[in-house]
Design a protein around this ligand. Structure first.
Ligand code: HEC
Length: 246
């Protein structure tokens, strides 16, 4: 039985691996892929605040409309740039040569960013832009130091400054420890509302990274359940076969 337990643990452990992001604590995104209203709001946020720079070139407007149960007319009227067709992929109008010149780097396509970075990383990233006069856009990011992306949601969140405290480390030297933020100006949203808006946006990014996830999850659980039951049966059978031989 011990071997069986070890086999099950070894089998499931890799899926628990967590993508670390430096030494900054990652906040839990707590997204819910079954929440359609959240996904719809996330899509709206993405189109309004992100698509100007970041393409989502493996996602088409039509697929998004269907999966998120948004009427196609609504998507065409509110969520698409003029000139685009409903079957088009979500590309950006800005040539990458220009953006490389403006930002020093081309904003990456975000179709699968939730898979490469993880949802907690994204949720933390979008909530940790702070004022830093030394940067070209006057902003920096706690999770992504010297980031070349401006804080595009600042009107919603407001602007904040980090507060540091000096503490003696184990090496006897003074260290600057990040303690939190102090708001310099208020945004149009309260901090709780902003967190929710970012959660919706991250929820949408998670969906975009793998639209078939819901179905896959459902199937995956059934497959693992089957394997576990089968393992028990196989183990019992093996014991039965070998019991007179030892
Ligand atoms: C004005 C252009 C612009 C807009 C608008 C913009 N970004 Fe960015 N973004 C960038 C640039 C440039 C980078 C590359 C940063 C770097 O490498 O330093 C970036 C990087 C990122 C990254 C990190 C990607 C990675 O894995 O390295 C994420 C995530 C991201 N943006 C999300 C968003 C989201 C979500 C929005 C909408 C709320 C958004 N961005 C709006 C320009 C933009």
């Amino acid at each position: 039985m011990k071997k069986l337990i070890i086999a099950i643990v070894a089998f499931t452990l890799p899926s628990l691996a967590i993508a670390a992001g430096g030494n900054v604590h990652l906040d839990k995104a707590d997204i819910d892929l079954t929440n359609k209203a959240s996904l719809q709001n996330g899509a709206k946020m993405y189109v309004n605040y992100c698509l100007g720079c970041h393409s989502m070139k493996f996602m088409s407007y039509a697929r998004m409309a269907k999966d998120l149960q948004l009427p196609e007319e609504l998507v065409m009227e509110n969520l698409m740039f003029t000139g685009n067709k409903i079957g088009d992929y979500m590309t950006v109008a800005m040539p990458s040569v220009d953006s490389a010149e403006w930002f020093g780097t081309t904003p990456p396509d975000l179709t699968v960013v939730a898979r490469s970075r993880g949802t907690d990383w994204l949720y933390t990233y979008l909530r940790n832009f702070y004022i830093d006069e030394s940067r070209p856009f006057g902003m920096n990011n706690l999770l992504f130091p010297s980031v070349s992306m401006p804080h595009v949601l600042w009107q919603l969140e407001g602007l904040k400054k980090p507060v540091y405290k000096t503490e003696k480390g184990e090496d006897g030297k003074d260290h600057q420890i990040f303690k939190g933020y102090e708001y310099i100006s208020e945004g149009s949203m309260t901090p709780a509302k902003y967190d929710k808006a970012v959660r919706d946006l991250v929820n949408f990014l998670e969906y975009a990274g793998e639209p078939a996830k819901l179905i896959r999850y459902d199937l995956g659980i059934k497959v693992i359940l089957f394997l576990v039951i089968f393992l028990v049966v196989a183990y019992r059978l093996k014991k039965e076969y070998w019991k007179d031989i030892h």
